[in-house]
Design a protein around this ligand. Structure first.
Ligand code: PXL
Length: 291
């Protein structure tokens, strides 16, 4: 048997949307990793819903740092996702200073937008803060929109590529630029690259690691669902914490998401409600135990 490792996960708790912590907790558990949440906010549902309420928990963050220090907490990994604002990000930097060691795996999922649109809470200060934070990570998992924001590339370019080859080459260049900006051997995965080639639409993930560039792809159903980026990053966090390499973890995450989305497509589910990932957690348990 293996010792249970611990991941500190800074993200929000949304009652509906199967995203952020309601994605991270079950996925990390399935992968045999304890999830220790630092809740950034509690929402009735994710912000895509027409009606939602949000209680911001920025004031709690220094208490997490202080009390966990007093209790001598230690983490094998730290994973950050949705932040409500720059103050939260700065308080998290303080947490990081206290809890990140040479042995901690640090993953930043720079949740900022998707499909060429930026989420409402995004200010230039938060974008700047996210650029600084993401450079410190061992692995970042931006989607194409977020990668453009982090690399100061024009988002409009995403829709200008008509063939998958040039879109993937654009994503590859972004990954190189982001790794270079980090100033160290950071792994970069650009997620959810949608190639809408009429004959065979595919969604790609592109990883840049010390071994070069790797892509994996699966059928694209031409719909986006809430929480898929969070599920992907959670699988990456759990697998890397358990010692799996980045490319194998990316392949497992891609297959888990493909099955979850394909199953969701069989029902008439609103995009805001997320995907049927619960049925496929066994795939993660088996995948990580093949190690
Ligand atoms: O899945 C990203 C995400 C996380 N948390 C909240 C969100 C979103 C995306 O809209 O609204 C609260």
């Amino acid at each position: 048997m293996f010792p249970i490792k611990k991941a500190a996960v800074i993200n929000d708790l949304s009652g509906f949307g199967k995203c952020s912590l309601t994605a991270a907790i079950p996925v990390l558990s399935a992968l045999g990793v304890q999830c220790c949440p630092l809740a950034t906010a509690v929402l009735t549902g994710q912000t895509g819903y027409q009606h939602y309420a949000c209680t911001d928990l920025t004031a709690m963050l220094p208490l997490y740092t202080e009390r966990w220090q007093q209790n001598h907490a230690e983490f094998d990994s730290i994973y950050s996702g949705y932040m409500t604002g720059i103050e939260q990000l700065l308080k998290f930097e303080d947490f990081l200073m206290h809890f990140r060691t040479d042995h901690t795996f640090f993953l930043v999922d720079p949740v900022m937008g998707d499909d060429g649109r930026v989420y409402g809470m995004y200010t230039p200060e938060l974008l700047d803060g996210m650029k600084q934070l993401s450079r410190k990570a061992d692995l970042i998992t931006p989607n194409l929109t977020e990668a453009c924001l982090l690399a100061d590339a024009q988002m409009e370019r995403i829709s200008q590529y008509s063939d998958s080859e040039s879109l993937l080459s654009f994503a590859g260049d972004l990954a190189y630029k982001l790794r270079e900006l980090s100033g160290h051997s950071q792994d970069v995965i650009i997620t959810g690259i949608k190639c809408r080639d009429a004959a065979a639409p595919f969604i790609y993930n592109l990883a840049l690691t010390e071994n070069g560039t790797h892509t994996c792809r699966s059928h694209f159903f031409n719909r986006s669902f809430s929480g898929t980026g969070d599920l992907f990053a959670s699988v990456m966090c759990g697998c890397r914490t358990r010692g799996m390499d980045t490319v194998s973890a990316m392949e497992l995450a891609g297959s888990f998401l493909y099955h979850s989305i394909a199953d969701t497509m069989n029902e008439n589910i609103d995009r805001n409600d997320g995907v049927n990932f619960e049925k496929f957690l066994l795939e993660l348990i088996e995948g990580v135990n093949r190690l």
